[in-house]
Design a protein. Structure first.
Length: 305
């Protein structure tokens, strides 16, 4: 990792990126939140017929093939100095993240899993402060504390309470992998289009999963129809589209500010769980959801002061 890279070394930041309202970045964040929030429920549906590694392989190797088609047609080539950074970010963001999250969700419900994953903004802010020289500011940390407190309330209020077990720690590891990868790819987004960076990450990140392809094909053939549809959904929306919109957001905002929007994932995941699975959030969980959203507003409205 490059030591304390200043934002000037990345893409020039516009006035909107510095604190104003950026419609494109906001739209990208909304799509990212909706697609990633829904993935936690779909992953739970697919696990069982598929092992964690098979689900990761089905999801990301298929997305890697789509990315390969794009790369062959348009041939966006990163500089040689960027390949190592790109490769590390890809393996962390794809293979490591997916296997850790899928393994964790074998015993951790979709809602609590989304809460644990949303420690990512805290990790991202800390890493970006030292690695990218980003200044988060007082309001940034206040908003982070409020949102993180809300996430904790939602976790405590989930059915059966919040129980830390080894699988929960694995999901926390997935959040850390995602945070490191987001910071690593930030400088790349200053030199390459967001779509190109996303395609390279999906392709390179899927390579460690190739050995599991034969077993995955057999598992998919024997799996129920809803599992195959679930995998198709994961490939198209949370993966291909979600990763692209996240790259667009990272390109237009600082890594710490963009990642704080992701505190909106747990409330949205809770709502999807209610509509899809009939899960009713508790009063304490609803308070936590409001706090999570309030923290995002503090970071992105008050912080510019």
């Amino acid at each position: 990792m490059e030591a304390k890279m200043s934002m000037a070394a990345c893409a020039p930041i516009s006035t909107k990126q510095q604190g104003g309202f950026d419609l494109v970045a906001f739209a990208a964040i909304v799509v990212t939140i909706l697609s990633w929030a829904s993935s936690f429920v779909v992953i739970r549906i697919c696990l069982g017929p598929l092992t964690p590694i098979e689900l990761a392989t089905a999801r990301y190797v298929a997305a890697g093939v789509i990315a390969l088609v794009y790369l062959v047609i348009y041939r966006p080539m990163p500089e040689k100095r960027d390949f190592f950074r790109l490769s590390v970010a890809a393996v962390l963001f794809i293979a490591a993240y997916a296997v850790l999250l899928n393994t964790g969700e074998q015993t951790v419900a979709a809602g609590p899993a989304s809460f644990i994953i949303n420690t990512m903004p805290v990790f991202t802010a800390l890493i970006a402060t030292f690695a990218l020289g980003e200044r988060f500011g007082r309001w940034g940390w206040v908003g982070t504390a409020v949102s993180f407190g809300g996430v904790a309330l939602i976790a405590v209020a989930s059915d059966g309470g919040f129980k830390l077990d080894p699988n929960a720690v694995l999901i926390l590891g997935a959040a850390l992998c995602s945070a490191i990868a987001s910071v690593l790819q930030k400088p790349l987004l200053g030199r390459l289009p967001a779509l190109a960076v996303t395609a390279w990450i999906l392709l390179i990140g899927s390579v460690p999963l190739f050995p599991a392809v034969p077993a995955t094909i057999q598992a998919l053939a024997a799996a129920p129809t809803e599992v195959n549809w679930g995998v198709a959904y994961l490939v198209v929306f949370p993966t291909a589209i979600g990763y692209l919109t996240w790259a667009i957001a990272l390109k237009r905002l600082t890594a710490a500010r963009a990642s704080n929007f992701l505190y909106g994932v747990p409330p949205v995941a809770t709502l999807i769980g209610f509509v899809w699975l009939g899960e009713t959030p508790t009063a304490l969980g609803a308070v936590g959801g409001v706090m999570a959203i309030l923290g995002v507003l503090v970071v992105n409205v008050m912080r510019k002061r």
